[in-house]
Design a protein around this ligand. Structure first.
Ligand code: NAD
Length: 339
């Protein structure tokens, strides 16, 4: 059967709204069960405790295809309701997925058993059961080039560049539902330690090839800024979805501060929702208990939950939202500390 591109790119992925359902009764039942349901209930309680702790700066870490999977609105809600203070993410989530949607493009419902050769011919990219128009992604790449072209040549952290992406969306965006835009408006810093490994990488390669005097992204500057925020925070809590580079980058700020001769506490709270397991010895599945041996995460308020994030994240976020502890929490607007 010959595919029709318009037919394939018809049904948009709809982002789940945690305000429309209350997961508290479900999570409370999970608490009386076993295995990952009980682990998720414990993670929910730890996240609620983080929100209640007035001294705690909350860092949301993101990896995986979370926005294309329908989780964008949750991240926007967490920012809007002061339930997180800093974001550390992969570039794909920030640029290829969220900024992309802010430009007015969409992810579409697809299917797993697709004929990928035909998709390639139609310039449709597939992420498991979702489809993307490659032509739209090329516009996204070139928009990052346009932003770089408009900046003074020099060295920037990804945080500074992403701030300008938010500013761009504020002026030129076609869809106000973007966490890059929401973070810009609320002065929530977003860090992407491997920024070039995304749609922005293509735009920046083009920008640097074309311009002798150009913009460069310095991941050390990111690490320095994030460490500065750790030093300025009394306590920190980590809400990690997926794992990967963002998980280690934020955990390492404790060690970086120590190397600078500043005595900071380990991350007091840590929750990770992931499908990675610990048997391969890699970072993504390494337990938060293990991170204690490295002096990065304190023991007592740490919980791993093994499950896919499109299922676990909405339940956790809805629980914390409906608990309402965020009502007593003030926005920290940490971007303003780095200007
Ligand atoms: N995800 C994409 O579609 C995509 C596209 C272009 C570029 N990239 C780049 O590839 C690099 C790696 O990013 P990545 O997104 O593949 O993450 P990753 O491979 O670094 O993910 C880290 C861990 O998170 C876990 N994880 C991922 N999705 C999950 C989910 N839905 N539920 C539970 N756990 C989950 C994985 O098991 C993995 O162990 C980044 O630099 C990113 O910018 C990713």
């Amino acid at each position: 059967m010959k595919y029709d591109k318009k037919e394939l790119l018809k049904e948009k992925i709809q982002h789940i709204d945690i305000k429309k359902f209350n997961s508290i009764p479900l999570i409370e039942s999970f608490d009386n069960m076993a295995f990952q349901s009980r682990n998720l209930a414990k993670a929910c309680k730890i996240y609620d405790t983080m929100i209640k702790d007035k001294d705690c700066t909350i860092v949301l870490c993101l990896a995986g295809s979370l926005v294309s999977g329908g989780l964008k609105k949750i991240i926007i809600d967490l920012i809007e309701h002061n339930m997180i203070d800093i974001i550390v993410s992969t570039g794909a989530i920030v640029v290829d997925q969220d900024f992309f949607e802010g430009l007015g493009f969409n992810h579409y419902r697809g299917f797993v058993n697709a004929d990928d050769n035909q998709l390639r011919e139609l310039m449709i990219d597939r992420i498991y059961d979702t489809f993307i128009d490659e032509g739209d992604l090329r516009v996204c790449d070139m928009t990052t080039k346009k932003i770089a072209d408009s900046m003074n040549p020099g060295v920037y952290s990804s945080r500074e560049f992403i701030y300008d992406m938010g500013k761009y969306l504020d002026k030129n965006g076609k869809n106000p539902e973007s966490f890059v835009l929401e973070a810009y408006k609320n002065e929530v810093p977003i860090f992407c330690p491997a920024f070039s490994d995304s749609s922005a990488g293509f735009g920046l390669v083009f920008h640097q090839t074309e311009k002798k005097e150009h913009v460069s992204i310095d991941s050390v500057k990111d690490f320095k800024e994030l460490t500065e925020l750790k030093v300025k925070s009394k306590e920190t809590g980590l809400l990690m979805i997926g794992g990967g580079v963002p998980k280690n980058f934020v955990q390492d700020t404790v060690v970086a501060a120590d190397i600078l001769g500043v005595d900071v506490p380990m991350h007091k709270y840590a929750v990770q929702l992931t499908v990675a397991d610990e048997r391969d010895g890699a970072l993504s599945g390494s337990t938060l208990k293990e991170a204690n041996s490295w002096g990065k995460v304190d023991s007592g308020f740490e919980q791993m939950v093994f499950g896919e994030a499109t299922v676990t994240f909405p339940l956790l976020a809805s629980y914390a939202h409906h608990k309402g502890s965020w009502k007593d929490r003030k926005a920290k607007r940490l971007n303003t500390l780095l200007k």
